[in-house]
Design a protein around this ligand. Structure first.
Ligand SMILES: Cc1ncc(COP(=O)(O)O)c(C=O)c1O
Length: 288
């Protein structure tokens, strides 16, 4: 079974045969949106949540969704099967399409370009679960960070700045508040309560973030949405980041200082175990 079959505008084909015009608005303007969906045991995790966020991203950039949820689901099921089932990470992207000329104005009568591919997904490495370093960086992005736009140059630059500093992630500060990571959401633990910044136009409404909040609520772990100042971040007992492919990762060093005692904290251990159990239930078909 091939593992490099992609979906492009109605066809499944090997990745090296999939090509897009240089006049595509995604290529020329970064004019499009995307999703990343983990697949466990051949099933797309939290698919409906991802498709709903895709709808909101598309509305946010005024592209009509060319497919309904059933069509999306059928395409993704076929893509997962073409790529051998099991665990995968699905990337899908919709751009405004191929325009006759390069003009900022929306072109009339274009068909969005629809692309999806699969990459292998592995369990988070033991080294990551033992804790990673992060650095704080001033958020240089626009004011529509709730839209999952393919225009990711600021995120790329900030992530690279973190990597260059020997850290795994950048935690972004805007007007004195910590919002999220360069490609993740942010949690802190303070006085036994799990805190995460409220949803706004300044951060992506992460699917993993929502699941972590749901799991805390379901298991009696105190959890609330609250602004997190840079000082609160630095004095937190625990700091975590979350994303679909990295799950929930403990940050044990921040800007070269230990977070708490410098080890993954007890609430991270608890939430991480709940997250793994939820994934197991999903694989077993016990949750949708
Ligand atoms: C900027 C940003 N915030 C948060 C997230 C986490 O979102 P999710 O949990 O839906 O993967 C991502 C994921 O890539 C991201 O790019």
């Amino acid at each position: 079974m091939s593992r490099d079959i992609v979906y492009l505008n109605g066809s499944f084909l090997p990745v090296h045969e999939a090509t897009v015009s240089v006049m595509d608005r995604g290529f020329l303007f970064g004019d499009g949106v995307y999703e990343v969906i983990p697949v466990y045991g051949g099933r797309a995790f939290r698919l409906e949540h991802h498709l709903q966020r895709l709808d909101l991203s598309l509305q946010g950039v005024r592209i009509a969704n060319p497919l309904d949820h059933v069509q999306w689901s059928d395409i993704l099921i076929a893509l997962i099967r073409h790529n051998g089932g099991g665990d995968q990470s699905i990337y899908l992207q919709v751009t405004r399409g191929v325009a006759p000329t390069r003009d900022h104005a929306f072109p009339a009568d274009v068909q969005p370009t629809v692309f999806a591919m699969s990459t292998p997904l592995t369990e988070p490495a033991a080294a990551v679960r033992a804790g990673v370093a992060a650095v704080t960086i001033d958020d240089i992005r626009w004011k529509h960070c709730n839209i999952k736009a393919i225009t990711l140059l600021p995120n790329v630059l900030m992530r690279q700045q973190a990597l260059d500093a020997g850290a795994a992630e950048a935690i972004l500060l805007r007007d004195g508040l910590a919002t999220e990571g360069a490609a993740s959401n942010l949690f802190i633990v303070s006085g036994g309560t799990v805190l995460t910044p409220p949803k706004s136009n300044l951060l992506l409404p992460g699917i993993t973030r929502d699941l972590v909040v749901e799991l805390c609520q379901a298991h009696g772990i105190p959890c609330c949405e609250a602004d997190i100042s840079a000082d609160e971040l630095r004095s937190a007992d625990e700091v975590w980041i979350s994303s679909s492919t990295r799950e929930v990762v403990p940050i044990t060093r921040l800007d070269d200082a230990p977070v708490g005692d410098g080890k993954p904290g007890p609430l991270w251990q608890q939430v991480s175990a709940l997250y793994s159990a939820y994934k197991q239930d999903f694989r077993a078909g016990k949750v949708q």
